[in-house]
Design a protein. Structure first.
Lengths: 157, 771
């Protein structure tokens, strides 16, 4: 990834990919998204947290798939071929996120982004970087860095 | 100037090779001790040239410490090759330490921000003593053809600029004189006289006249005369301008075009004049007193590098480098050395140049050069990755073709088979790109042994075998630390003190032997000492004292030996500088395990201890048994599978609520149901429906892994899980199967340990082994 964010810094707008998990709308920075693909069967990983569905073969690389719903504390999705995997790259880590559907690509001015409302101890709250209220919808901007599975244990193999 | 950095990098890469050759040469000389005249003078020459080349390169980058040190170093070597100093054990020790120190200086220079490692003054002093003390008087020199002089007389340090340019002469004369070509009747030859006057651009573009001369020398007999007539007074000398020109006299059977071809790339960068001199064309027998050329003392090779100094990295591998001052004062330099033989004058110069050329490969004269290219390791790795995917893609394709039933066409099947074999061939070849001989590793270890034995005050004879064995480069790099540990242990703990050895009726000099060999698809590296062997009673006492093992445990000899690998175990009563911080052998074991290898110990009291490291040839593929575990396809590394068993009821015994053991020829082996261990299913299936894989660790612990079915046995490409995810307990890595699906590669030992922990909280050491 590591593509320059020229267009953003020039215009001040952020480009976001919006997607649905169950009934709720979320979005993430488009610069993080490498590709979007349909659901394929995963290989289960033993001893993994419940939100890790398993790993898939992405052109020779082993990529873990995170059930975002489960990660955010929502009702876990039952993956079907109609579900979508968003492949995101953060630093040197490539991870796939299972979502219900990808909806749109939005250009959002920073002024439109509001800080997340205080929701106390809600499981999702910690992963939300900001919200965008537009018309009748509310978009939650995911902070991908906190959503990423923290599996890499310091302990030795 | 960024290209300077590049050249500097190249210099350091060359240094590696030169240092390797240097160590080789020294070892060679040492091997020929103590017969003072037995060693091949060419070996000494080669060693000298190695040091000289490093010095030359270092000088052009202003690495003064290296220059200064290698100067002292080569002074001694020079005495040696001229026969004034006979190598003995003592001087060889100094030389080897010097080689080590030179390697340090080079490493410091490479890492350096300009600063260099401290010069080892004591070593310099020792070298100086060798150079002065043991050489015969100056007058004796004349009797030695090829004796060099002048160079070592130049003061060091007085003038840094001149220092590296002291008049080292290339005295390969003895070799040259004896070569055959001189005696062969030559076909018709033409004498060409060539004039070369380079412009500054030639050097700015990185050309080096010396190389041109070498190429010319390969065509025939070459005499090079430097024309220093254009040199200004020293005060007016500009470092960036070339002042030297050369007259070259070439007697060859080749045509003028062949000669022009050599100058092809510098045509526009230098004045070049080539003239054939038909009068001199002859088919003369070359040799003969007086020779055809009367130039005699006027001829000299003047380092091409000399002219280029200040511009680019100069190559001072060879030839005379004469102080500019001297040139300015005396245009017709007396050659600094003169072979005394009648054959000498004309013949030897032409011959020495090819000898120099052979050096380019840094192997010294004796071995025939193997042509190589240097490739960025990242490039090789990315190639390996791509090829890995090609192989996967091939099997995906084959599988989908066979599923789509278009494959009734024989030609398609044949093409696919060919594709497969090509893909595998490419993979094999690409993998071998990463393979490297263990030679450098062994040389490094030789140094460790030298240093350790010195500190430990033990005489050690270090033997190596199988230096040409090739292993993956990464494996070699990661072997440095464990091998260092093992060798230090072997010397510090393994070998007895000299007195004790005498008492035991052994030679006072201990032997440590490092060997490498290929054995059935793996690499076996062994470190053997002829020391006292492992004192098992003490080992057990210490382990028990530290609570690592129960006092009343009954352990076999092998099990006691393996206690050494336990974390926190250290046998030496006092902690020494060398080993014994208690982080020794367990670190070794985990390092080797990470490489997919195994360590084992065998020890005979009074006879010595052997550590055997068995390693996979490559880190990229492994031979695996593909199995079905509760619907998931998994891979078990075949190296750990001892046998497969289809159990029947009478050999399986229940222990407690859920644990089961298998009776294998009267030894009880715990059964680990992989489906349950990985939580793929909640309850165990009836064991008679399963297949058991008997696996064994390097400690000899055994488990029976229960799987649903064995699917296949094949080579799989190892894909890391750690990069995108992290470590999965019980899983070593992943691979991609023929259908494009990912399968996990099981780490049998870890899996079993996890299962063991969950099932039965027993003290593992006491219960792990059932014999």
């Amino acid at each position: 990834m590591a593509e320059p964010r020229d267009d953003q810094s020039a215009t001040g707008t952020r480009e976001l990919v919006s997607f649905a998990i169950g009934e709720q709308d979320f979005c993430m920075d488009i610069m993080l998204v490498r590709e979007i693909r349909g659901w394929t069967n995963v290989t289960m990983l033993p001893h993994a947290p419940s939100y890790i569905l398993g790993v898939i073969n992405l052109r020779g690389a082993v990529v873990p798939i995170v059930d975002l719903a489960s990660r955010l504390g929502l009702i876990p999705l039952e993956p079907t071929p109609r579900h979508v995997i968003i492949i995101a790259v953060l630093g040197d880590q490539t991870v796939g996120f299972l979502v219900s559907a990808v909806s749109d690509i939005l250009g959002i001015a920073p002024s439109e982004i509001k800080p997340p409302p205080r929701m106390g101890s809600d499981a999702t709250a910690g992963f939300i970087e900001g919200v965008i209220a537009s018309d009748d919808r509310m978009l939650r901007i995911l902070d991908i860095a906190t959503v990423l599975p923290r599996i890499r244990l310091p302990e030795e193999a | 100037m960024s290209s300077l950095d590049e050249i500097k990098q190249m210099f350091f890469l060359e240094c590696d090779e030169l240092l390797e050759a240097l160590n080789d040469g020294l070892a060679d000389i040492e091997a020929h001790l103590p017969t003072t005249q037995g060693y091949d003078s060419e070996i000494v020459n080669a060693v000298f040239r190695n040091v000289h080349s490093i010095k030359g390169g270092a000088a052009s980058f202003g690495l003064d410490a290296i220059v200064r040190f290698s100067h002292s170093f080569e002074t001694v070597l020079d005495k040696m090759r001229s026969g004034q100093l006979a190598p003995d054990a003592e001087s060889m020790r100094v030389l080897q330490r010097s080689a080590d120190h030179l390697a340090d200086l080079v490493a410091a220079g490479r890492a350096g921000d300009g600063s260099e490692g401290p010069l080892n003054d004591a070593l310099v002093a020792q070298l100086a003593r060798l150079a002065e003390g043991q050489g015969p008087a100056d007058s004796g020199r004349i009797d030695h053809p090829g004796a060099s002089d002048a160079g070592e007389d130049a003061p060091i340090g007085a003038d840094e600029l001149l220092q590296h340019a002291d008049a080292e002469d290339l005295t390969f004369a003895p070799l040259a004189l004896s070569t055959d070509p001189l005696d062969l009747p030559s076909p018709s030859r033409t004498r060409f006289s060539i004039e070369l006057r380079p412009t500054a651009e030639l050097f700015a573009n990185g050309h080096e006249p010396l190389y041109l001369f070498r190429e010319l020398a390969a065509l025939g007999d070459l005499v090079v005369t430097a024309d220093a007539g254009a040199l200004p007074a020293f005060a007016d000398l500009s470092a960036k301008r070339p002042y030297l020109g050369w007259r070259l006299d070439l007697l060859t059977e080749r045509s003028e075009d062949d000669i022009r071809e050599i100058f092809e790339f510098v045509e526009t960068l230098a004045e070049i004049r080539i003239e054939a001199d038909p009068a001199e064309s002859t088919s003369e027998p070359e040799a003969g007193p007086g020779g055809p050329r009367p130039e005699g003392p006027e001829i000299d090779e003047c380092s091409a590098a000399q002219a280029s100094r200040g511009d680019i990295g100069s190559d001072q591998e060879s030839t005379t480098a004469v102080p500019p001052v001297a040139i300015a004062n005396d245009e017709t330099l007396g050659s600094t050395s003169r072979p005394q033989s009648a054959l000498a004058d004309t013949a030897y110069r032409a011959q020495e140049t090819p000898a120099v050329g052979a050096l380019g490969d840094a192997k010294g004269g004796a071995k025939s050069p193997k042509s190589t290219v240097r490739v960025d390791l990242d490039l090789v790795d990315s190639l390996i990755n791509i090829v890995g995917e090609l192989v996967i893609n091939q099997s995906v394709l084959t599988q989908s073709v066979s599923e789509s039933h278009v494959a009734n066409r024989a030609d398609l099947g044949a093409s696919l088979d060919e594709y497969k074999s090509l893909a595998l061939q490419i993979q094999e070849n690409v993998m071998s790109l990463r393979a490297q001989s263990v030679k450098q590793l062994f040389q490094r270890m030789a140094r460790i042994v030298r240093e350790t034995s010195e500190v430990a005050g033990k005489d050690v004879d270090f033997e190596t075998e199988g230096e040409d064995t090739e292993i993956d480069k990464t494996v070699i790099e990661r072997l440095i630390e464990p091998l260092t540990h093992i060798l230090r242990n072997a010397i510090d703990h393994g070998l007895e003190a000299t007195e004790a050895r005498r008492g035991a009726g052994k030679s006072p000099t201990g032997t440590v032997r490092l060997s490498a060999s290929h054995r059935s698809g793996r690499v076996l590296i062994e470190v053997a000492d002829d020391g006292a062997g492992i004192d098992r009673r003490r080992v057990f006492d210490i382990a028990a004292g530290k609570g690592l093992v129960a006092r009343d445990a009954q352990l076999s000899d092998g099990e006691i030996d393996r206690l050494l690998f336990l974390p926190g175990f250290s046998t030496k009563d006092q902690v020494t500088d060398l080993s014994g911080r208690g982080v020794g052998m367990d670190v070794v074991q985990s390092a080797i395990r990470k490489l997919g290898g195994r360590v084992s110990i065998t020890s005979t009291p009074g006879r010595g201890t052997t550590f055997a490291i068995s390693l996979p040839l490559t880190l990229a593929v492994l031979d695996g048994m593909v199995v079905d575990v509760a619907g998931q396809t998994m891979v078990v590394p075949i190296t750990s599978v001892v046998e497969t068993i289809r159990p029947d009821g009478e050999h399986v015994h229940r222990m407690g609520a859920s644990a089961e053991v298998l009776n294998v020829r009267d030894s009880l082996v715990p059964i680990v149901d992989l489906g349950r261990a990985f939580r793929y299913r909640a309850t165990g299936l009836g064991l008679t429906d399963l297949v058991l894989l008997l696996v064994e660790t390097e400690q000899g612990e055994r488990w029976a892994l229960a799987v649903d079915r064995i699917i296949d046995q094949r080579q799989v490409v190892i894909k890391s899980l750690e990069g995108n995810y992290g470590h999965v307990p019980g899983v070593a890595a992943a691979t991609i199967l023929g259908d494009g699906k990912i399968a996990l590669i099981i780490d049998p030992e870890e899996t079993a340990r996890i299962a063991e922990r969950e099932l039965a909280p027993l003290s593992p050491l006491v219960t792990a082994n059932g014999d």
